[in-house]
Write a protein of this length. Sequence first.
Length: 332
Amino acid sequence: MSSVRLPRDALLGAQAGAIVLPVCDHYSGVEARMRKSLQLQAEMAEEFGACVFDVTLDCEDGAPVGGEADHAALVVALATLSPAGARIAVRVHAADHPAFEHDIATIAGRAGNRLCHIMLPKVETLQDVERACAALDAAGAAQLPLHALIESPAAVHRAFDIAAHPRVQSLSFGLMDFVSAHGGAIPSDGMGIQGQFSHPLVLRAKLAIASASHAHGKVPSHCVVTEFKDAAALRDVARKAAQELGYTRMWSIHPDQIRPILEAFAPPAHEVDAAVGIIDAAMRADWAPISFGCKLQDRASYRYYWQVLERAHRTGRQLPPEAQAWFGATAH
């Protein structure tokens, strides 16, 4: 048998460098909620045996006008005191905001080694990304990747160029700003649970962002559901985003949204079971084609089923011991 044992190394080739992130990105900007979010992250990491969601501390919407510097200092304090293994990000102000440079210098400069990425809102052009990269480098945080929030028709048009930048890990869709940017041409229903999946301009934007992300091995992240008390609606939106539009990550704005997102983005149990059997048989065959369940399976399907298992792992699904061992040092 080949010396290559771990499926990710054997199967993905160039795709092995594709970005892998938790499927949920949880936002909070008020101090009490930020602290509770970090506590919840630690509790669920212990429960699932892995960090199943990111916590993004929000400066853009969280900081009061005139209090941007104080809020940045608070974010630094929270990130600095976080336990090892925590996945903490920060959404800074937009590149053209007066507080942007201070945000980067303070937050990345003082807590960059405790952060997993910086979320850059209102990205319009590749130049916005380059400006953020230069600011991070000047702050001594050249290791920090960027996530870009796409919120306008022009930004959607440039999504492929933005996704291609090597520092960009993920593209997120800003639904409400996108609708507002059309000057009333898209009705308010376009921001709702149903309209965002039926209005052609909104749906086109979502598909463009997902396509641009996958074209460059990046992660497309779906927008928020503002009806945070409607669990059934959230599950429906998350399911459509994951199964119909190709999104592999989604925003949360309330703790009650985290578990439904994990469930919606997790593969079904029957597919996980099939993936375990197929990958096990493929490894025994040294990745040669096999017959499994009276169907031909080869490297193309092996890659698919391995990615099913990776998604199960990221969403905290229970895997049998032999499958857990396949992640080894490659676990993300």
